[in-house]
Design a protein. Sequence first.
Length: 300
Amino acid sequence: MTRTSLEDFYRETTGKMPEGVNKELGHFNVFKIADTVAKYRDTGVMPYNRRSYYKISMISGHNRAEYADKVIEIEKNALLFASPKIPYHYVPQDEHQAGYFCIFTEEFLVPTKSGVVLDELPIFKSGGVPVFKVNEAEAEEITGIFKKMYREISSDYAFKYDLLRTYLMEVIHFGQKLQPLDTTQPVHTAATRISSLFIELLERQFPVEPPQQRLQLRTAKDFADRLAVHVNHLNKVLKENTGKTTTELISSRIVQEAKILLKQTNLSISEIAYGLGFEEVAHFSNFFRKQTNISPAGFR
C-alpha cells in the first residue's frame, strides 16, 4: 500500500494543487465533508485515508471507522483525529454526510509557531483510538470553529495562518477533553484488517534515505504499540495470515531494503546500517549475514 501525499489528495479531489500552497511554513487546508462524498460513491473509500499528513474530521452522519482489531460505529456525530503514523479506514454507511475536515502537516504546528509538539499531545499518541463522542451542542460548537477556518482560509488577512493555528489548537484541546467512542471487535474481519494495516505501516517506512531518514519501527512491539494490539496477538494473526511471524516479516523487508541500498547507492555500510536502525555496524553485519549467509561487503 502507498501513502497518500498532499499532491495525491488534491489530484484526486480538486484536480490540482492550490496556488501558493508551498509559500507558507507547512500546509493547512479545510474542506466540507459533503464535497468528498461524491468521490466515495465512485471508489468506495473516502479520500485521504492513508495519509502523509494529519487530519481532523467533524463527522455528522452514520459512519464506521476501522482501526486494527477495532471497529468504531459512529451513529451521528463524532470528532476524529488521524495521524500519518497510525493507519485507519473511515467508511460512510449512508449518503447523508455532513461536517468538515482539515488537513495539515507537522511543519504547520512546529513548536516555534504553536508551542506544542504534535506527537507529544495525548490525542496523537500511539495506542489509542482517537474517535470521540460528540453531542448536538458540542457538534454545533466544533462545527462553528471549522466554519471560521473555512472562511479564514480564503481571506486576504496577512496573519491568517497564525489565526488558523489558533483555531486548530482549539479543536485539538476540545477533543482531548472528550470521551472516546466504544469499540467492537468483529471476529471475521479483524485478523485481515490487522494484517493489512501491519503491512501498510511496514511499507510506509520505505524507501529509506540515510542519513536524513532512519527506520523508526523495527520490532514486533513497535508495530503492536502503533496498532494498539498485544504483541502476541499481532504475531498470531500474521502467522495465520502470512505463514510468517512478525519478526520474520520485518527482517525480510529490512534485508530487501539493505540489498537495494548496497547495490544501488554509494552510501557506506555504516550509513546504511544507521538508516536501517542499527546502532552498530557489527549488529547490521551480523543481521545481514544471518539472513543471507553473506556479509554486506560481500554482497556489494
